[in-house]
Design a protein around this ligand. Structure first.
Ligand code: GUE
Length: 277
């Protein structure tokens, strides 16, 4: 079998087109404040892509950049100011931060209704309790990919590999919200391959290159690869793509899978936040 390729670039274009229409209907431009600290090249690249796409759909680009040695207090003051600014409808604090900064304390300063990344305690609590709120972009993008493919989630066996606050945990909760039977695996999971083999829907967000091999995939399963690793041969994911695509029913490529969807859902969340503010 050769798996169907779930094209994240194509689907992202559709989500972006929808956001563009929604912004036109809104009648006023949302404003997204991206906050970048230091000059990690990967973070700088992601933020640049986010800003470029914002501008393309009619979101005002309210970028703030800080040197790597910025103090907690300076950054806190800046985030508070963005929170108070009515022209700022969304705030994204790019992670990771340099080790001397307390990311949780800074995230806590983002007003929940401007939390377009869905990472504040309030947003996480709303998701955990099944209440309306802003959801983290990457898991939301994964759900869009699954829906566009026509994957059945209700009653399905879903396995999530990874338990981060950014992806694994919210992913599991979103899948639960869609009535999947959800198992979460992590670095201490005994016989990872055996658990993964149960999955109809397998979402891999472990941050370990090539972690999931063909023997961890049930024939016909839908495999979503959230990993992203820069190698001499190009970008690779957490899934051994050549081997797994011979077994799976559908699979996301890296690049061109989940990554573009993450940015598209940020734009969608920015529209949602602007509408409710
Ligand atoms: N507060 C916060 N929110 C985030 O959403 C966030 C973050 N911090 N920190 C880092 C991760 C990573 N992330 C990606 C976004 C887009 C691509 C993306 O567009 N990837 C392209 C390839 C781009 C490339 O060439 O590197 C693709 O997969 O096709 C990848 C990764 C968002 N993150």
């Amino acid at each position: 079998m050769t798996a169907a390729i779930l094209d994240g670039r194509l689907l992202a274009e559709k989500v972006v087109a929808r956001a563009t229409g929604d912004i036109a209907a809104l009648g006023r431009a949302p404003g997204l404040a991206t906050v970048l600290v230091g000059d990690d090249p990967a973070s700088a690249l992601y933020v640049r892509n986010k800003r470029r796409q914002c501008v393309a759909v009619g979101i005002r680009d309210l970028h703030r950049r800080f040197d790597a040695d910025v103090t907690q207090d300076e950054l806190a003051e800046a985030i508070r100011a963005l929170g108070d600014d009515p022209g700022v409808t969304g705030i994204l604090l790019q992670l990771p931060l340099p080790p001397h900064l307390d990311a949780d304390a800074l995230l806590a300063l983002i007003p929940p209704d401007k939390d377009v990344d869905g990472l504040t305690e309030t947003s996480a609590g709303r998701l955990a309790l099944g209440r309306p709120g802003l959801r983290p972009c990457t898991p939301l993008g994964v759900l869009e990919l699954l829906d566009a493919h026509g994957a059945t989630l209700s009653g399905a066996e879903a396995v999530v590999v990874g338990r981060s606050s950014l992806v694994g945990k919210p992913m599991a909760q979103l899948l639960l919200g869609r009535d999947a039977t959800v198992t979460v695996c992590h670095s201490r999971t005994r016989d990872l391959a055996a658990v993964c083999r149960r999955a109809d829907v397998l979402v891999v967000a472990a941050g370990i290159r090539g972690l999931v091999a063909a023997d961890a995939v049930k024939p016909g399963a839908t495999v979503i690869d959230v990993g992203i690793h820069r190698t001499p041969g190009g970008l690779r994911g957490d899934v051994d793509f050549p081997a797994v695509s011979a077994v799976a029913g559908a699979i996301t490529p890296v690049p061109g899978g989940v990554g573009p969807m993450t940015i598209a859902m940020l734009l969608a969340n920015t529209v949602t936040a602007a509408r409710t503010l």
